[in-house]
Design a protein around this ligand. Structure first.
Ligand code: COA
Length: 169
């Protein structure tokens, strides 16, 4: 398996993988929205490829963390998807590991994610509330998690603001 940054030729297959994994088109539309916005980070939008076929995808993009003093850019991890025929073979974990390493090497401060604690805890994510970061979604607080990266400082406390398009997913 190879992990690399996405390119324009991958877009249709990535949309298919997201649609199959999530059983609907909302996440594929979210990816299109993010690509067209200034939150997009091409080098942190990664595909997993097996024999030249894209079977997995992970996207990190910028959202704002609003603190008492300022607005700070942090990374939002969404979506992550593996083609149903290739799930539970370690591809999701490999995408996460590579993505987090690349983000750390860029000096990013923090990753926020809404997802399964069981999947993210082994990678160092903790409930956001432990870092005084407020969840903007109406979900159990364990499901909104953060992972500090190399650029993290204590000032990263406050509320994460997502674009309205994300709330509609
Ligand atoms: C979630 C997903 C990306 C994981 O990819 P994957 O390649 O199947 O995952 P891996 O084989 O690397 O396994 C990683 C861990 O994910 C967890 N996991 C995978 N699918 C899960 C699910 N549906 N519910 C809860 N945990 C799950 C397991 O804890 C697993 O760890 P383990 O093997 O030590 O038990 C993939 O299953 C998928 O596309 N699911 C549908 C889309 C989705 O829900 N994405 C959002 C994730 S928050």
């Amino acid at each position: 398996m190879k992990i690399r940054a996405e390119n324009i030729l991958d877009y249709p297959t990535i949309a298919k993988v997201n649609t199959l994994a999530f059983r609907g088109k909302k996440e594929a539309k979210l990816v299109e929205f993010i690509r067209s916005s200034n939150a997009y980070i091409s080098e942190l939008s990664l595909v997993a490829e097996i024999e030249d076929h894209v079977v997995g995808y992970i996207m990190f993009s910028y959202v704002d963390l609003v603190t008492a003093q300022e607005q700070l850019p942090v990374l939002s991890l969404a979506p992550m998807a593996v083609h149903p025929q290739f799930q539970h073979q370690g591809i999701g974990k490999a995408l996460l590991k590579t993505g987090l390493e690349l983000a750390d090497n860029r000096g990013e401060a923090l990753v926020v994610v809404l997802g399964y604690p069981k999947l993210y805890h082994p990678f160092g994510f903790q409930a956001a509330i432990n870092y005084q970061i407020e969840c903007p979604f109406n979900v159990p607080e364990d499901f909104f998690m953060v992972k500090p990266l190399s650029g993290y400082e204590d000032k990263y406390q406050g509320k994460v603001i997502y674009p309205p398009e994300v709330h509609n997913v």
